[in-house]
Design a protein around this ligand. Structure first.
Ligand code: ADP
Ligand code: MG
Length: 156
């Protein structure tokens, strides 16, 4: 499995990495993208997603969907969905939410706490692990599909 590890010196660098992922998504003109985000509370999962959402064209706030499970950004041409499954009690709740519909259109989904949706979530393209390293963050991107590999090949 292809992977790359980088240091993110501060919050700005994490936002910039999210924006880079948005630019790569546009460059590759991906139909669909599913990203799993792993890391402790405060590791920077939401911060990274904010960069991605803004990079895809959103200009307003990006709030954490901890209580709503998902925050939709119906941008053009991609719809971006930011999931936070921390409070999901049962993966079956995702079926009731109509989770499949989120992934059926031209969309990019970033999912925090994906293990809470195990068995219901489709195959991810990219796994991103964020770790504390003093005030820095260590980011590891792992490809889970050829789409994920194409993305990693373009990360600088
Ligand atoms: P998570 O979604 O993983 O719980 P957040 O992105 O909500 O984490 O929070 C990360 C917190 O850490 C923010 O308060 C942010 O200001 C701070 N922070 C400090 N350094 C970094 C960094 N390099 N990258 C991301 N966040 C950082
Ligand atoms: Mg978060």
């Amino acid at each position: 499995m292809k992977e790359v590890t980088l240091t993110l010196a501060d919050e700005h660098a994490t936002v910039a990495m999210g924006k880079q992922l948005a630019n790569i998504t546009k460059q590759l003109n991906l139909d669909n993208l599913l990203v799993f985000l792993n890391g402790d509370l405060g590791a920077g999962k939401t911060t990274l997603t904010r960069g991605f959402v803004q990079g895809m064209g959103h200009t307003g706030n990006v709030k954490s969907p901890t209580y709503t499970l998902v925050e939709p950004y119906e941008l053009s041409p991609w719809h971006v969905y930011h999931f936070d499954l921390y409070r999901l009690a049962d993966p079956e709740e995702l079926e009731y939410m109509g989770i499949r519909d989120y992934f059926s259109i031209k969309s990019c989904s970033f999912i925090e706490w994906p293990e809470k949706g195990a068995g219901v979530l489709p195959q991810e393209d990219l796994i991103i692990n964020l770790q504390y390293n003093d005030t820095h963050r260590l980011i590891t991107l792992l490809a889970a599909t050829s789409k994920g590999e194409q993305i990693i090949n373009l990360i600088t």
